[in-house]
Design a protein around this ligand. Structure first.
Ligand SMILES: CC(=O)N[C@H]1[C@@H](OP(=O)(O)OP(=O)(O)OC[C@H]2O[C@@H](n3ccc(=O)[nH]c3=O)[C@H](O)[C@@H]2O)O[C@H](CO)[C@@H](O)[C@@H]1O[C@H](C)C(=O)N[C@@H](C)C(=O)N[C@@H](CCC(=O)O)C(=O)O
Ligand SMILES: Nc1ncnc2c1ncn2[C@@H]1O[C@H](COP(=O)(O)OP(=O)(O)OP(=O)(O)O)[C@@H](O)[C@H]1O
Length: 441
């Protein structure tokens, strides 16, 4: 890669309808990259269609963020015409979707990309979606576990399935489809040689792959489980919000839903109106809670495929946050059994918990600052948790933060805010929430 300003080119993509092998190619200077998906051959249609073509385009566009980031030159050329809705998805994925990447690499924010692409007319919207029922992409954690319970007729989908995803889908009684995703090995070589690196909007990529599977398998709608707190920025740089979870946000959901509608697939987040505390209250009441795994450290490319034992590490930001949420609804004995340990007993983790309500939150999937502070303040007032070393150390300052923002655990439990959940799913969701655990005493 000699020219650092070379545009990133989104070139060709193919799907072999006989084998289920899909290849998505990109060019950056002298380098050519190809990312591959292996789709279940049982899903494959006899013939290509306009919807399949457009679904492949969505995947091709957003998957490119992994390779674009090596240079992040601010210029992208797309070699096929795309629709306005697809362009809007791509602009979001390469713009705010790469916000954390830009912040970490000290690039100007917002990250601005110039698109060289022919915009084609959108097709007439397909009359109706497939008849195979809802498709539920699962991450192995609490949010998609709740979706599996609320939509018991759904089919689960895991991109690069791990043992945790198989386990949680199996325990919920949902059939599980897997898609294997392989980054081009040249990406790792170029990164090791000094290419830029950082976070990519992985939910955008999983959303596009899920939509492709929905088109192939006749599933409709695609139901994600992205919570309300995904809208809160992780930090702010010169007044520009930077959000680790941008592609889980409601803003991105609405843009992506417009692209998915063009291929006849509904797309929404079931848990959009829920705080993390509300989701956890519901999941804490389910036997399924013993099967979930939210620790992101077990989802590295190295661990995907399930070779490694998957457990809560109980040290990363997401483990500490998730433990804090569950502690509100579980006794210490129940929480220790579920997580295999108790980080609220470890004084060395005080700073790890405190950062959950800091101005700069960790770049991880953690909830709202006020929610974490309200949870810690609440625990300090309980018989069950009040004497635990971390709770004793942080109770007062968490209470001060919670009071300053008017936040309480009870205030986080009712659903709130915008959403696109179809009417027919609201009653079963409400039922699952009503059956949730009350906070501990
Ligand atoms: C598992 C994880 O959290 N990985 C993040 C980590 O990457 P790491 O180097 O520790 O391991 P790998 O994920 O195996 O990555 C190896 C290299 O490959 C690059 N890469 C990976 C996936 C991909 O789609 N494109 C890639 O280019 C990666 O940059 C490495 O060089 O740190 C990375 C840098 O900050 C993160 O980008 C990795 O995050 C993964 C893409 C990932 O899947 N993360 C999810 C667990 C995650 O963060 N989920 C968020 C949703 C955020 C969103 O939608 O944007 C959440 O749960 O809130
Ligand atoms: N590997 C994956 N394959 C398919 N869908 C995924 C995958 N990872 C995440 N998702 C989808 O993205 C959503 C957001 O991911 P996230 O990791 O926040 O959720 P989770 O695993 O359900 O819960 P938790 O926050 O406890 O980890 C999930 O609810 C799920 O719908």
């Amino acid at each position: 890669m000699t020219d650092p300003t070379a545009p990133f080119e989104i070139t060709d993509r193919t799907l072999d309808l006989a084998t289920g092998e899909a290849a998505f190619s990109y060019r950056l200077g002298d380098d050519e990259f190809t990312e591959r998906l292996t789709l279940d051959p049982a899903l494959l249609p006899a013939a290509p269609s306009a919807e399949l073509d457009a679904a492949l385009d969505l995947v091709h566009l957003v998957m490119g963020t992994s390779y674009y980031k090596l240079r992040a030159s601010g210029r992208v050329v797309v070699r096929r015409p795309i629709t306005k809705a697809q362009l809007a998805v791509a602009e979001a994925a390469y713009g705010p979707g790469l916000g954390e990447f830009a912040a970490v690499n000290r690039l100007p924010l917002p990250h601005v990309v110039r698109w060289d692409v022919e915009v084609r007319d959108a097709p007439a919207l397909p009359a109706s979606g497939g008849t195979a029922g809802p498709l539920l992409p699962v991450g192995g954690g609490k949010d998609s576990a709740l979706a599996l319970v609320v939509l018991p007729d759904g089919t689960a989908l895991a991109v690069n399935p791990t043992d945790a995803q198989r386990d949680v889908a199996g325990a919920a009684g949902a059939p599980l489809l897997g898609v294997r995703r392989r980054l081009d090995p040249l990406l790792h070589r170029r990164t090791a040689e000094g290419g830029r690196n950082g976070h990519v909007p992985v939910t955008a990529i999983n959303s596009a792959i899920s939509t492709l599977v929905a088109v192939l398998g006749g599933f409709d709608p695609v139901v994600f489980a992205n919570e309300r707190s995904a809208d809160e920025e992780t930090l702010s740089v010169g007044g520009v919000p930077v959000n680790h979870q941008y592609s889980k946000s409601y803003e991105f959901e609405r843009l992506f839903a417009a692209g998915a509608a063009e291929v006849g697939v509904g797309y929404f987040s079931l848990t959009r109106q829920l705080s993390e505390l509300a989701t956890v209250a519901a999941v804490a009441a389910l036997p399924l809670r013993e099967h979930i795994l939210s620790c992101n450290r077990s989802y590295t490319q190295r661990h995907m495929g399930g070779e490694a034992t998957q457990r809560w590490c109980l040290h990363c930001d997401k483990c500490l946050f998730t433990f804090l949420m569950f502690a509100v609804f579980l006794t210490p004995a129940e929480a220790e059994r579920m997580f295999g340990g108790n980080p609220l007993d470890d004084p060395a983790l005080v700073d790890g918990f405190r950062v959950l309500w800091a101005t700069d939150k960790p770049f991880d999937c953690v909830g709202e600052r006020a929610e974490s502070a309200a949870a810690m303040a609440f625990l300090a007032g309980t018989r069950a948790w009040g004497d635990r070393p971390v709770v004793r150390a942080l109770g007062e300052e968490a209470a001060a933060f919670a009071a300053a923002t008017g936040s309480t655990v009870a205030g986080f439990l009712p659903p709130r805010g915008g959403h696109a959940v179809p009417e027919r799913y609201l009653a079963p969701l409400q039922q699952a929430l009503a059956a949730g655990r009350p906070p501990v005493e």
